[in-house]
Design a protein. Structure first.
Lengths: 149, 180
């Protein structure tokens, strides 16, 4: 055993007593987990609505493809994918940095996220939730814009 | 003090969190030797392994509020040491030195020896000669007496993979250690 290891208890406890090392407060970890969760859920919801919106727009505007594309691009909320990207990046970074105890397969999380977004978007569009969104909900402005042009 | 010794790691962690930081010394005493052996098996250098163990125990203290006491503390602290050791290996990716007292003594049948207590010594010697992805789960299983589930938690690989790697490690050990 090395000399350093023999002193390891003394070294660490001295640093604790001298306040050179301090525990991170619990709120730090709670806030990190909550923010990550909220970020991920928000990203999924926003992405789901965007996919529904795109499919909805393509269906309701007839065969003029370029015109439809311009319409979508002109009103596309670009903040949403930025938000999703930042949310995922920060979330994964936080989980990797502070979580030591759970097995997290980030490949599965990302693939699951993408599949969830596309599947949910398609389901929402198929069951006609978009029609409801024309009349109410947070996306009504954008939906109406597409529907009336 | 004897009452404290009866407490589980997780119970001690709860007390450390609730303002009895002196009890962290008990955790250090319980783990420092095991962690040093584990770290040494990973990086084959006693001094660097000591630093890794110290840094890991400090990191564990700083992040102790992030530990879920429903999980096993030992898996958590081993995971931290694993991470620190992997960072160290990446930093010094040149060849890893072999311990001074290392040799390749042959035995008649290494696999049979695993079943016996004396095998521990042989395992420690031969471990250094097989790739890390095999030696690490084998070391955790035989030397640190971790279950497949705990090894799976520490290395973040499925339990099936743990079993396969241990099985391959045993075959490799048999081949390599018997040849030398």
């Amino acid at each position: 055993m090395s000399k350093e290891l023999k002193k390891i208890t003394e070294n660490i406890m001295d640093q604790i007593h001298d306040k050179k090392i301090k525990m991170r407060p619990k709120i730090y970890f709670i806030a990190g987990s909550v923010l990550t969760f909220v970020g991920l859920v928000s990203s999924i919801i926003i992405s789901v609505f965007l996919i529904g919106l795109i499919r909805f727009s393509l269906r309701t505007h007839g065969p003029i493809a370029d015109y439809r594309l311009d319409q979508i691009l002109s009103s596309f909320p670009w903040w949403a994918p930025v938000f999703a990207l930042i949310g995922l990046t920060v979330g994964i970074w936080l989980l990797r940095k502070y979580d030591f105890s759970f097995k997290i397969n980030f490949k599965i999380i990302i693939i699951g996220f993408i599949l969830t977004v596309f599947a949910s978007g398609w389901i929402i569009d198929s069951i006609g939730l978009n029609d409801l969104l024309i009349r109410r909900g947070p996306m009504q402005g954008i939906m109406r814009q597409h529907n009336t042009k | 003090m004897s009452e404290i010794q009866k407490l589980t790691d997780e119970e001690i962690v709860e007390k450390v969190r609730s303002n009895d930081s002196d009890l962290y010394a008990v955790i250090i005493e319980r783990y420092k030797n095991k962690l040093l052996r584990y770290a040494t098996n990973l990086i084959h250098d006693n001094d660097r392994a000591s630093h890794i163990v110290q840094d890991s125990l400090i990191k564990a203290y700083i992040n102790i509020n992030g530990f879920n006491t429903k999980k096993k503390f030992s898996s958590w602290i081993y995971r931290i040491v694993h991470n620190e050791a992997m960072n160290e290996i990446k930093k010094y990716q040149k060849e890893t030195p072999i311990l001074d007292d290392f040799d390749f003594e042959s035995e008649e049948d290494t696999i049979k020896e695993f079943e016996q207590k004396e095998a521990v010594m042989l395992v420690e010697k031969c471990l250094n000669s097989i790739p890390l992805i095999y030696s690490e789960p084998l070391s955790l299983y035989y030397l640190d007496e971790k279950s497949y589930e705990e090894i799976s938690d520490i290395l973040r690989i499925p339990m099936g993979t743990v079993a396969i790697r241990i099985s391959r490690a045993k075959k490799l050990m048999k081949n390599i250690c018997q040849k030398n």
